[in-house]
Write a protein that binds this ligand. Structure first.
Ligand SMILES: Nc1nc2c(c(=O)[nH]1)N[C@H]1C(S)=C(S)[C@@H](COP(=O)(O)OP(=O)(O)OC[C@H]3O[C@@H](n4cnc5c(=O)[nH]c(N)nc54)[C@H](O)[C@@H]3O)O[C@H]1N2
Ligand SMILES: Nc1nc2c(c(=O)[nH]1)N[C@H]1C(S)=C(S)[C@@H](COP(=O)(O)OP(=O)(O)OC[C@H]3O[C@@H](n4cnc5c(=O)[nH]c(N)nc54)[C@H](O)[C@@H]3O)O[C@H]1N2
Ligand code: SF4
Ligand SMILES: [Mo]
Length: 740
């Protein structure tokens, strides 16, 4: 058979780099960067080859499976849907709609099938909807809603034109950017410096990104809120703000002054862990630069002050005239202009709460921190059945180790996933979609957050198997089973036929045609999915343009700099610090702050089954400063027990002065030793589940986002690593597995 090469994207992370996939018959033989891709221009990271590895992974499910005792056995699609329908409808009619809970995981956002995920969520009419967003970007959405009037209006950084880039709590050199689609972030950062600009990284760890920067500021974990309040103090005290921009764009400016009056750099420095002189320079240089942008991401979302910190980030950008301006924070004009319409969607903040009354629903969703409780706690409104779609919350969310038992206690659990992972292993039925290389797609989400406007098309590399279903087809069939209709037999067929007419690609095609560049508006010269399909690297739609005024969803069409409850919360944070209980003050008798970290060859919990992604040294290690190690008599490479209020895990110690003293960093997404998990490679180098250490009740005050970077721990020598934790996979994985 002769080789062919097909252009599409790698859909593993938000960068969505263009790739060229060469296949010889049924085998992927090569994956390389696509130089013609309008956004990634040939760049790929080492994970791109995982697109082939996943396709060929023998552990990937190819048919639906049903639990029989401790094992899963293949069953047919029709039988699976029939049983799921009966079981879910029974739960709903006995206990009501909220007895069916749903969890939507991160990869769902990487295909347009997610439209059907949203539809299923709507049909369920449940209060118990959860997603990875509440351990990720909830604070950013919350801030966007309160400041700009819509949660979708999370600004993007105009990295390619800025003169000053200040990064807090993000490591784009590894993550390749998030809520800013910027493939090859590393090069873009180097380019800021190359054109004479300056790059600063504010992070407790000297990260891969910090190594590219002019300056690294090793803030205390959780110290950002103090640092930013002090920066705002300097900007105001020294008259460094852009009054014209503020007057034209914003309201609430006058209320900020009294808030930061006493938040001097000297007062804030000990709480931020950054000296006063550095804070002053950060403020002055931000104001002096011809364009400047503060970019913050999950490091600060996953803090109890997640919302406050992101509010201050946007505020400092706005008051220095860097909001909606070239080189600052901007908003894309995507081919389907979701932000234009999202402002009409009600956020429903507090429309309901979890049963304990602690957490308010935000955009129809409860924080994932309460998932296990909502299943396990007895009483009315308890979840009795679950649907999970593309997620692994057992490893990816803090649940005090109780989620497995909670899932086992359900009347019924159905998972839409191509693996038996630590979560789906508890399911009654697992429904696997076809492999990403077997689907065609037009991603409509990431152009909303891209550094250049664009439209790209994902071509199928392989024809799907005759009995294979895409996620959206699976979700549509679940919807059909749950729509309350009489004469189900007949109507089911009719509904399924109807849904088949509305594939996400067809919906996207219509949306693009009707969008701002579309053929319906611009005639024959306009944009269409057909044109994107015909262009192997997609279509570039130009640089970002200022447009916030048209997007603002606030009633007065202004940016709200000082929402009253944000102000009140910030006053409390300052008062607490004055009283000696700053967020950065050790608590609960523990003496080290635990934060997370990501690795270039990992992606949350689910690439550890591919040998090329896990070869080399054990990566699930605790990174500790030499002074902290010496103080505890610990040395590099030895096993340590890390203990928090909620649990203990054993990992290998890695001593390095890359991390700030008083802080340790452990990556999430590990802990694959659970029995019955279908990841044979991952099980051989399981690592440990860091989320056992995080207290689910520690959350961002406003959004309920899990505050996993705010965990106090202690570290002691461990007798030994549990069997096979941290072993070198290359020695254990068979030759045959390594070559697939
Ligand atoms: N402590 C700590 N915890 C964290 C984080 C942290 O920084 N620290 N980060 C958090 C963040 S930002 C995120 S986004 C979450 C991620 O958390 P989750 O979204 O819960 O988990 P993933 O590890 O992404 O699991 C993805 C699952 O989706 C499946 N999958 C992949 N592609 C598809 C597909 O196309 N269709 C279907 N149906 N299934 C698919 C995979 O097989 C895998 O089982 O983790 C969070 N957890
Ligand atoms: N290789 C790889 N890429 C990925 C992923 C992956 O798992 N692996 N996951 C993808 C997903 S789902 C997401 S959401 C994105 C996330 O992308 P990023 O937001 O870039 O996430 P991280 O790399 O975890 O970077 C967070 C940084 O915050 C720092 N930090 C922790 N606490 C604090 C604090 O209190 N203050 C400050 N200033 N910094 C702090 C950490 O040291 C870390 O360097 O990455 C995506 N890309
Ligand atoms: S950065 Fe890597 S994982 Fe992310 S889309 Fe690009 S190639 Fe894929
Ligand atoms: Mo994420």
């Amino acid at each position: 058979m002769s080789a062919t090469t097909i252009a599409r994207q790698c859909t593993l992370c938000e960068a969505h780099c263009g790739i060229l996939v060469t296949v010889d018959g049924p085998q992927v033989t090569r994956i390389e960067g696509n130089p013609a891709d309008v956004l990634s221009q040939g760049y790929i990271c080492p994970k791109a080859t995982a697109m082939g590895g996943l396709h060929h992974d023998p552990d990937r499910l190819r048919t639906p499976v049903r639990r029989v005792g401790d094992r899963f056995e293949p069953i047919g699609w029709d039988e699976a849907f029939r049983e799921i329908g009966q079981r879910l409808r029974a739960v709903r009619s006995t206990y009501g709609p909220s007895a069916i809970g749903m969890y939507l995981g991160n990869p769902a956002a990487h295909s347009s099938s997610v439209i059907y995920g949203a539809l299923l969520r709507a049909v369920l009419l449940t209060r118990n909807f959860f997603s990875a967003s509440s351990i990720d970007q909830f604070p950013q959405e919350f801030v966007a809603w309160r400041m700009f009037g819509s949660n979708v209006l999370m600004p993007v950084i105009d990295i390619d034109r800025t003169d000053r880039l200040v990064i807090l709590g993000a490591n784009p050199a590894v993550s390749n950017g998030s809520i800013t689609t910027m493939p090859n972030a590393k090069q873009r950062i180097k380019d800021v410096r190359g054109r004479g600009g300056k790059v600063v990284v504010i992070d407790p760890r000297r990260t891969e990104t910090a190594r590219l920067a002019d300056q690294h500021v090793a803030v205390s974990p959780g110290g950002d809120v103090y640092l930013l309040l002090a920066m705002l103090h300097v900007l105001i005290a020294e008259n460094l703000c852009d009054d014209d921009a503020i007057r034209a764009q914003c309201t609430g400016w006058e209320q900020l002054r009294p808030l930061v009056a006493e938040a001097t750099p000297e007062q804030m420095a000990p709480h931020a862990g950054v000296d006063a002189a550095t804070i002053r320079v950060l403020a002055r240089e931000h104001a002096a630069a011809s364009s400047a942008v503060l970019y913050a991401r999950i490091g600060v979302c996953q803090q109890v002050t997640g919302t406050l910190t992101h509010w201050l980030v946007n505020t400092i950008n706005a008051v220095t005239g860097n909001l909606d301006r070239v080189g600052g924070q901007m908003f894309a004009t995507p081919p389907i202009d979701a932000a234009r319409f999202a402002k009409y969607l009600p956020m429903g903040y507090g429309a309901w709460t979890d049963r304990s009354g602690t957490y308010k629903a935000f955009r129809t969703e409860l924080p994932v921190a309460v998932l296990a409780d909502e299943i396990l706690t007895e009483g009315a409104g308890r979840i009795r059945a679950m649907i999970t779609y593309a997620g692994n919350p057992t490893l990816s969310t803090p649940q005090r180790g109780r989620l497995g038992a909670a899932l086992d206690s359900l009347d019924f659990y159905v998972a839409v996933d191509m693996y038996v992972n630590e979560t789906t292993r508890h399911a009654d039925i697992i429904l696997p979609p076809i492999s990403p290389l077997e689907r065609e797609d037009v991603n409509i989400l990431f152009p909303v957050f891209s550094v250049r406007n664009n439209l790209r098309y994902d071509a199928r590399v392989f024809d799907p198997p005759a009995d294979g279903l895409e996620d959206w087809q699976i979700l549509a069939r679940l919807i059909t089973e749950l729509v309350p209709i009489p004469a189900r037999r007949f109507t089911t067929r009719a509904l399924n036929t109807l849904f088949e007419q509305f594939s996400p690609v067809r919906l996207a095609t219509a949306g693009v045609a009707a969008g701002p560049y579309g053929v319906l508006r611009r005639g024959r010269k306009g944009l269409s999915v057909a044109k994107a399909r015909a262009s192997a690297g997609g279509i570039d739609l130009g640089p970002l343009r200022p447009r916030l005024r048209a997007l603002l969803g606030t009633r007065d069409r202004k940016v709200h700099l000082a929402p009253a409850d944000f102000l009140a919360a910030a006053h409390t944070v300052l008062a607490d610090a004055r009283a000696g209980s700053a967020i950065t003050t050790p608590a609960d008798g523990y003496d080290l702050k635990l934060i997370g970290r990501r690795h270039l060859r990992s992606n949350n919990s689910w690439l550890h089954n591919l040998p090329p992604m896990v070869k080399g040294r054990d990566r699930c290690t605790a990174l500790m400063h030499p002074a902290d190690a010496a103080e505890r008599g610990l040395s590099d490479g030895e096993p340590v027990t890390v203990t928090s209020k909620t649990g203990a895990i054993v990992v290998t110690l890695e001593v390095s002065d890359d991390i700030r003293a008083g802080t340790i960093a452990i990556p999430h997404g590990w802990g694959h030793q659970e029995p019955g998990v279908g990841w044979r490679v991952a099980a051989q180098l399981p690592g440990a589940n860091v989320n056992l250490l995080h207290d689910p009740s520690l959350t961002d005050v406003f959004s309920g986002n899990a505050a996993v970077n705010n965990t106090w721990v202690s570290v002691t020598r461990a007798p030994a690593l549990p069997a096979s934790v941290g072993a070198d996979p290359a020695e254990q994985i068979s030759e045959e597995q390594l070559t697939t």
